[in-house]
Each structure stands twice: as C-alpha cells, then as structure tokens.
Design a protein around this ligand. Structure first.
Ligand code: PA5
Length: 375
C-alpha cells in the first residue's frame, strides 16, 4: 500500500478528465495492464526464464532507457537469488564497457535477451552484434538462435524482422505501451524472472495499485504541480536504501522523458542517504532554494528510520518542501505498487503542465544527429 504524508489541493474534475484522457490515449495501455495481463504470454515468459536458468550461467540483457532501467532497478534493489547472473549491455556506446561485458561472460554458458521496441536503437544494436557473434562462435548458428530472446514490436522494426526470419523466441512490447512505461511487460518481466524475482507477486502488487494508488498518485501529481508554480523546479528523489540506486535512475528517466519538453517540466535528480548526506546533503540543506525533496520511504530498521526523521526535520527547517511516499513492503509486491504509482503520477503530472507524457522528441533528435554523423 502506498501512503503519502501531504494533502494537495486536487481539482477532482480536472483529475478525472486527465485520467480518462490517459486511459484512452493510444499509449495508455499500461494503465489497465496489471489487471488484464495476457496470462498465456505470462506463462511463456516464465517458461523461457526456466529454460534460460537451466542452460545459462549468464543472461546478457541488451537494451537502453525504458528497455533497460526498470528491470535493472528491481533486480538490483531486491537482490533475488538465481543461478543465472544478469549482465547488462547496450546501454552506452563505450567500447571499453562492451569489452568488459564480453570478457565477463568469457567461456561461461549464456543466452541473450535483446530488448528494443523500435528495433533500431544504435546502442543495443551494436552490443547485440558483438554478443551474437560470440554466441555463434561458441555454439554454432543453430544453437545460437535458440539462445536469443528478442523483446520488440509485434509487427515491425529491424529487430522484429531479424527475429522472425531467424526464429528467435519473441516477446512483444505492446503497441499501446511506450518504453518507460513498459517495465511490467515482457521487457521487464523476462529478465526479472530469470534473476529470481517473483514476478507473480510483483504483478499482484501492481494490480492492487491500479485501484489503491490512484488517490495518492493524484495527490502527489497535484502537489508537484503546485510546487512547480511556486518555482520549485527541481525534485530530488531520496532513498535510504543503497540498493535502490537504479530505482532512482528509473525515476529520473520516467519523469525526465515524460515531462521535460516544450521548455517545461521539473528537473529530476536523486540521492541515496545517508551516503549523500556527506555530499549533496550540504547543497540540499543550504544551497539554492529551488528544490523539493521526495523521500521514498521503505520499511526499515530503527536506526535508519531515525535518520529519515532527522533528514526530514533538518531539510524542512532549511526551507525545502519534503514529500514522503511510503510503501508497506520492500519486496516484489512493494515494487509492483511503486512502479504503478509513479507511472500514474508521472503521466498525470505531464498532463497537468500540458505536455505529452508518452513521446520523447528530444531523444529522437540526438538519434537523428548521431545517424547523420555516422553517415
Ligand atoms: O522511454 C522510452 O521510450 C525510451 O527511453 C526508449 O525506451 C529508449 O530510447 C530505447 O528505445 P527502444 O526500445 O526502441 O530501443
């Protein structure tokens, strides 16, 4: 269950109108997804995960942005147990990083999950070529094909075409769900299941949130909107759990890509406490007063809880609005709830400032420039 410790002035009529707009948006498929999941697809995901676990010491997850951050966030946070280790590739163009990942897999048995909705993103495409070559060298073309799992568009794109021609196991990113809202589809569920995350429990948490998260999400979105109007233009997501670094990264991507357009949007940043109390903590306490802080408050032990309380008092005293979002459990259910809660709050927030939550024209711009430079 998600709880917030503030009461924004929610304009109910406007809120309901926005919710209805998101629901019928052509990219609003994530809204009902946890309750209407295609159980046939869900069973295929779990079956594929079992097969990967049986025959691979490593699963190389290739993807970037929304095709990467969500599952990494959950896997790193929960540290589930699995014989198969996950290794990430294709989330940068660093040759050094790619060579490190190739060397790490070394002679171990491995499979590949290549994830790209468009199927044309350069970073994953380059990493996929490198790992596919390694796979073919190790197992031969036929067995290599059996070890490639492609998560992509149902009908089009270079990856879709290649997967269809070669007979890779395919999973679909639904047409009506964009990258950063896709963590609860095969995009996130396959890597999570391989890593040992209880995906049934996670989906159950998200399904509950479809009802229970609406009120707190609206409250949070309207609070952000009010703070933005008062010139609080930067939001710091704060967590007291070091394993949630990538959850922070997912949040920054979700809010940054959804809201940051038309010269609008709150700039998202993040900290991990108490580590960052000895770093950005100074700025938060005494620096420019254009920030507000959103604490993601996980259940914790007494000492950590005291630090949460101390930070809240100190930062509020320093003139920073501090919002608290708490979740009942630090497990799959809790993360299922949190993911849904933030997706909803983010989409509503973007609508409140009049931008489209589901496109990313700025990202497309850099892709275009890069393709031009590469000829
Ligand atoms: O949220 C988004 O839509 C983006 O971050 C994409 O996920 C990212 O650019 C990767 O795109 P693709 O899955 O098409 O490779």
């Amino acid at each position: 269950m998600i709880k917030v410790n503030f009461n924004a002035e929610v304009d109910e009529a406007r809120a309901q109108k926005i919710l209805a707009e998101i629901k019928k948006d052509k990219m609003g498929g994530w809204m009902e997804l946890p309750r209407k999941y295609d159980m046939g697809e869900f069973a295929r995901i779990k079956e594929a995960a079992k097969k990967i676990n049986e025959e691979s010491e490593y699963l190389v997850c290739i993807g970037i942005g929304g095709s990467y951050l969500g599952h990494r966030a959950v896997i790193e946070a929960l540290r589930p147990k699995s014989e198969t280790k996950i290794i990430y590739a294709g989330n940068s163009l660093s040759r050094r990083e790619l060579e490190w990942a190739l060397a790490k897999v070394g002679d171990h048995d491995f499979s590949i999950n290549v994830i790209s909705k468009s199927g044309t993103t350069l970073e994953p495409a380059i990493a996929f070529e490198a790992f596919k070559k390694k796979l073919v060298e190790k197992y031969g073309a036929e067995e290599a094909t059996r070890r490639i799992y492609a998560t992509t568009d149902a009908k089009q794109g270079a990856l879709h075409d290649e997967a269809t021609e070669n007979g890779y196991t395919k999973f679909v990113v639904p047409d009506n769900i964009g990258g950063r809202y896709s963590v609860l589809t095969a995009v996130g569920l396959l890597p999570m299941a391989v890593a040992g995350v209880d995906v049934d429990k996670m989906l159950k948490g998200a399904a509950e949130a479809v009802e229970t998260a609406v009120e707190p999400a609206l409250n949070y979105a309207f609070m952000r909107y009010a703070l933005d109007a008062k010139k609080y233009d930067t939001e710091i997501f704060a967590s007291f759990e070091p394993s949630t670094v990538y959850f922070n990264e997912w949040l920054k991507q979700l809010f940054g890509e959804s809201e940051g357009k038309d010269k609008r949007g709150i700039l998202p940043d993040s900290v991990i406490y108490s580590t960052d109390l000895h770093s950005l903590g100074q700025y938060l306490q005494d620096g420019r007063r254009n920030l507000f802080e959103t604490i993601i408050d996980f259940p914790t032990d007494d000492l950590n809880a005291k630090i949460v309380a101390a930070v809240r008092i100190a930062h509020t005293g320093g003139g920073i609005p501090v919002l608290n979002i708490s979740v009942t459990s630090f497990d799959e259910k809790g993360f299922g709830e949190l993911i849904y809660f933030f997706e909803l709050a983010c989409a509503v927030s973007a609508k409140l400032i009049g931008v489209n939550p589901f496109d990313q024209p700025g990202v497309e711009k850099y892709k275009l420039e890069l393709h031009k430079l590469l000829g």
